[in-house]
Each structure stands twice: as structure tokens, then as C-alpha cells.
Design a protein around this ligand. Sequence first.
Ligand SMILES: Nc1nc2c(ncn2[C@@H]2O[C@H](COP(=O)(O)OP(=O)(O)OP(=O)(O)O)[C@@H](O)[C@H]2O)c(=O)[nH]1
Ligand SMILES: [Mg+2]
Length: 521
Amino acid sequence: MSASRRLEPNRRMSEDPLEAAIMPPANESMDDRERRLQAEAQAKKVSDGIDEMLRREEKERSKKRQIKVLLLGQSESGKSTTLKQFQLLHTPAAFRAERMAWRSVIYLNLVRSVRRILEAISPDPDINGSNDDLPDEGDSVASIIISAKGNHRSYVVPDYERYSSRLAPLLRLEERLSQQLSSPEEEEPIRLHPDATSSAYASSVSLAPVSPSSSNSSGPSSAGPISAPQLKSQASEVSVHTHSNWKKMFSFGGKPKSVDTNELVGWWEDPDDPCHVMYSCAQAMTELWRDRTIRWVLEQKRIRLEESSGFYLDEIERITAKKYIPTDEDVLKARLKTLGVTEHTFTLSHGMIRGVEWKIYDVGGARSQRQAWAPYFEDVNAIIFLAPISAFDQQLAEDPRVNRLEDSLLLWKMVVSNKLLANVNIVLFLNKCDLLRAKLESGVRLNHHLYSYGDKPNDYESVKKFFYNKFGFIHQQHTPNKDRELYVHFTSVTDTRRTQVIINNVRDIVLKANLKDIQLI
Ligand SMILES: Nc1nc2c(ncn2[C@@H]2O[C@H](COP(=O)(O)OP(=O)(O)OP(=O)(O)O)[C@@H](O)[C@H]2O)c(=O)[nH]1
Ligand SMILES: [Mg+2]
């Protein structure tokens, strides 16, 4: 019988014993074949089911060894800066590889500070007669003009026209850099407006891509001074959507690298590189920032540039050098408003617990961005909430009627009372302590802005303690989980040494609290 079996050619040639064993008999009837195929299909289904189950288990296991941390807080509270500190601590090589991309953001930040100064000293067209009151040439004192109703002051700075003419090229550079960042395929290009979703504003100033040849003609003439409306229309925040690949765009991938340092070289030989405009305006910027009359006007108008990106104004010479490469500190202080959510992942390769994956989410804190927070509440392990306590005398950029401290307190209440977050560890960073100290020491009184502070001392330690109690009390009153411990740190997240100690501490607290969840005990 076996001699009569007809083997198909490929079967006959098979030398694989397993294949030979499972080969169907050569004289298989149609019914047998049907039954065999059904049995094989059934077996495959079971096998696929097992594979799927193993895949799911593996996914679940790796998810369990994951810690998710969400950074929350209002705009400019320091979330992205904290994320950068995490990156610098855990993935320093990647952090440093991006520093050339940050150079253009730093230029934009510096130009924005210059713009804010020019805006502050520009003549007010609504106030008549300002020219009549101009002091004599050479007079270093600004004249003060008070409007007829007495509620509007304007300061005339004699050198305004001269400064604005000399600094006009910066305005065109700002426009060019913004246009470069707004690549046509970007959903949400870099914009220079206060609130990305404010449609009225967006339509008036958002930057449509233009061809390189038109970019020169679209800027103001370098011969004339910058007009006040031009300044006002663009002197707002630089923001970029997290989907954007601006880092790639600004990292000059094609440029050669130094053999010794692996840093980029040669960009300064490109006549179109922005370093040339920065360099040529350096002297005028320095004079503007050192001008005592202008400093006085800024003081009168309570414009504190050190609270935003004014830091670069003290570093003009270094930053405008043609071969400038941003330092870690420069990158940490670079301000780029977040639109959307950024995710940063790292795995601890040493220490008591290895192999746990950390995911840090940085969200946009402006009011229009906050609706994006909620989906992340579902499976987050810890929240770092940043409250900039130096902002007690400031208003929200997106709504000047709202005090920033008040907004922070309301947000804090919203987060700590959220039932979805009842079992989530919460770490509070009472941030910008360096600015708080400087502000109090310069004589700004907390009780002028927060009446409930009463006549308590206006020194740094007393104010810190007051904020500690205030935020702690709100947590105690509103948390749905009375057993939850609150961890509070006084921070200045631009200070790398101190912040990294705090980050390590937070990491250990969060790990300890989640040991069970990540199946390490
Ligand atoms: N002096 C000082 N500056 C800080 C501190 N924290 C943040 N900054 C600066 O404040 C600005 C805003 O910080 P970001 O980290 O961009 O703020 P953010 O919370 O991410 O803001 P959004 O992206 O708009 O939500 C940056 O220029 C930072 O360098 C601090 O503790 N001290
Ligand atoms: Mg941010």
C-alpha cells in the first residue's frame, strides 16, 4: 500500500523529518482533507490566541515597569525648563546635541527683549505735543508727558529714533527666523502672537510663508526707525507646536563637524547665517541696555525684563559672537512657549532600580492649552505642579484681568481636588524663588497685591512660609484622598545644581510610592 502512495514532487524532496511527519497522506480522501483542514484551522486559532495573550501580557508587563509623570502649571511656570533639567540629567548627550538648534530661539528671545525696550520708550502717538517737550540734544533725562486726563504717562527718550534705526535689522531677522521655522508642512508654525488660539489676533499677525526673495522687502526699511505699531504687532511670545520639527530645521545637519569636539563648524562663513545681523547690532543693543535713561523709564513702567528672557541682555557680547555656541545654561533659559504636549522618555540604567522606563509629559500651560491635560490624568503615576510664586504682581499674558498667583491657586485647587487623580502622587514646586527673593528685596510688597497677607513681614522667609501654608491648606481642604502626602519643594528650576538634587529626590519618592504598581515588590 505504501508503495502505491503518490508523493507530490516537493514533498518527496523534503528532508525535514517534522514536515514529513505532518504531511497529509497521499491518498487522502476529500472528506479526510476537509476534516484535516478544519482541525488545522482550529489549531491555528488556538495558537494565535496564545500568541496574542503572550503579546498582551508582555505589553502589560512593560507598562507596569513604566512611571508616567505629568508636568502641570500655568504658562511660564517653568514646566519645559524642568523637562530640560530631566533631559540634562538623564540624557546629557542628546540634550547637548540639540544646542545649536536652540541658538536661533535664543536670538529670538534676545531680539524680543530689545523689542520690548524699544516699545517701552517709543513715543505715544495718542499724546499730543510730545515733540514740543523733547529735551535738548544730549540731554540724558527722559521727559515725562502726562495726558490731559492725567491717567496716561509717556516718557520721551531723546535717543529713541537713533536706537530704533540702528536696531531695525533685528526686526527683519526676527521675521526671517520665524518664517524659517514656519515650514509649510507644519500644522502649527512658530508664531509671534500672545495666544495661539486667539483667532482674531492670529489672523492679523500669523506669518504666512513667503519666498526668501520677498522676505527682505516685507521687513521694515533699515534706513528708518521702527514704528510703534510695528513693534506692538510682533513683540509677543515665540511659540511652537510640539509636532514641529524645528530642532531639525535649526540644527544645520549639513554643516561639517570639528574632529576634536564633534561640534558644528563653519556656519559663520555663510553670509546668510543670523549670527551676522546679531553681530552687527551688538554695539547698539549693548548701548540700549546700558542707557541709564532707558533703565529709568523701564523702572517707571515696572518692566522687569529679568523675569522673562532678559537674562540674555546681560550676555550680549558673548551671544552675538559669530562663533557662539549656546551653553547648557543658555539652553535652559531659552523661552519657547509650548503648544501641545511633549513627551520625554528615559530608562534608568543604574541605581537601586534599573530598567524602569520614565515618561515625562510637558504640556502647554496657557489657558487655551489646558483642555489637552485631561486625557493624561487617566494613567499618570505622579504630577509635578509648578507654581511661580514670584508672579504675585503679574497678570496672565492671555488675560490681563487675571492675576497670575490667583490663577495658579485656582489651577492647584482644580488639580488636587480631581477625583481621577486621587491616588496620584503630587509634588509641588513653588518655583522662581530666585525672582521672588529679588523682587521682595527690591521693595515690592506682597500685601499690595494680596490683601490677605496683611501686615506680616515682607521678607523672603516669611513670604515663602506663607505660600507653603496657603498651597498646603488648599490641598488638605480639597483632596479626595486624605491619606495622600504632599511633597513641596522651593525651587528655581533654572539653577541646575539644586534642581538636579530635587529631581533625584522626586524620582526616589515617586519610585517608592509606585513599587507595587511596577511589580518591583
Ligand atoms: N529666573 C528664573 N527663571 C525661570 C525659572 N523657571 C523658569 N524660568 C524661566 O521662565 C520662562 C518660562 O519657563 P518655561 O519652562 O518655558 O515655562 P512653561 O511652564 O513651560 O510655559 P508654557 O510652555 O507656556 O506652558 C523661561 O524663560 C525660563 O527660563 C526660575 O525658577 N527662575
Ligand atoms: Mg513649556
